[in-house]
Design a protein around this ligand. Structure first.
Ligand SMILES: Nc1ncnc2c1ncn2[C@@H]1O[C@H](COP(=O)(O)OP(=O)(O)O)[C@@H](O)[C@H]1O
Ligand SMILES: [Mg+2]
Length: 304
């Protein structure tokens, strides 16, 4: 593992998802060190990124979630310093944070996304409900962890849902509900590994289901036969159109007629022992330890 040189595992950070990142980062660090990689924890909340150069790091494994670790900001700083890093670059990270602009790109490439509209305080909410149908989902364009997301069962719910979402981003989307199942697909270096089906015990995959409850059921692979193949191919296309590199998870939904609709990309996937990406990798015959090395290897020149 000498080819990697001195590796910084960038973890923690100052976003609201700091705690999850610390857990993911601890797993990554242990797996790298266990395989003889000269890896060290580096928390950008504790010291400036410029210390990466001073401390002689050769490359970075980015396992920051949310905020500047996910939106292209830190990626830009690393580009500027000439330090190779795992995962998406500046553009794919930045666009991937914005649900509206991601949809615009996917739609332009002919990829299926749920029908949606942008909401403003002046929107005719009853007319929106009539066009998209009920229930519908209202969400901030820029967000995560289901924060600010509301499932509206009646037109009367939409105004309050809009105000809640607008607390997080002035750009708010109303989206047609796609209720035949929720899935994600891990993509490593442009290749889909497997899908996973997410079956929350709650009304939808909300904040509690993601972080507090342990009654969500995960099935991997999420689909069978040609449907699994179709979903993987779509995830690979979504990854490529976004301009993603290294690794990312593509979330998607299925309707009652087995139609697949892309939901959103996740350019900084979780890597705790029970995270979705390692689950999909295991299905593809890749252990957690092998996965972290494969992800790190995407930073070697000529890897992408
Ligand atoms: N159009 C939709 N149809 C069905 N469920 C949805 C839809 N949009 C969002 N959801 C539900 O809300 C959750 C959070 O929405 P999502 O768009 O993924 O935002 P976040 O970035 O906060 O994860 C999803 O995991 C899913 O359970
Ligand atoms: Mg999501």
């Amino acid at each position: 593992m000498k080819q990697f040189g001195k590796v910084a595992v960038l973890l923690g950070g100052s976003s609201t998802e700091r705690e999850v990142s610390l857990m993911s980062g601890a797993g990554v660090l242990e797996a790298l060190q266990g395989q003889g990689v000269d890896a060290h924890a580096f928390d950008p909340a504790e010291k400036p990124l410029s210390a990466l150069k001073e401390e002689g790091f050769d490359r970075a494994f980015l396992i920051l979630h949310g905020g500047q670790g996910e939106d292209g900001t830190i990626q830009g700083a690393l580009e500027f310093m000439g330090i190779p890093y795992t995962g998406c670059g500046v553009m794919a990270s930045a666009i991937g944070m914005d649900k509206w602009r991601t949809k615009l790109m996917w739609q332009a490439a002919g990829l299926p996304v749920p029908e949606y509209e942008l909401l403003t305080a002046q929107s005719d909410f009853a007319a929106v409900a009539a066009r998209l149908g009920l229930p519908l989902f209202v969400k901030p364009a820029n967000g995560g962890s289901s924060v600010g997301v509301t499932k509206c069962k009646s037109a009367a719910d939409i105004e309050a849902a809009y105000r809640e979402a607008a607390k997080f981003d002035p750009l708010v989307l109303a989206e047609k509900a796609v209720l035949g199942g929720e899935y994600s697909c891990a993509v490593l270096d442009g290749r889909a590994l497997a899908t996973v089906k997410i079956e929350p015990a709650t009304e939808f995959y909300d904040f509690d289901a993601k972080y507090f409850r342990d009654d969500t059921v995960y099935r991997c692979p999420g689909l069978l036969g040609i449907k699994e193949a179709e979903a993987r191919q779509l995830a690979e296309q979504a990854f490529r159109v976004l301009g993603a590199t290294g690794w990312a998870r593509i979330d998607f939904l299925m309707d009652e007629n087995d139609g697949i609709f892309l939901l959103e990309p996740n350019t900084a996937p979780g890597m705790t022992s029970h995270s979705l990406f390692p689950m999909c990798a295991r299905d593809a015959g890749i252990s957690y330890e092998e996965l972290v090395v494969k992800i790190l290897a995407t930073t070697l020149s000529g890897a992408q």
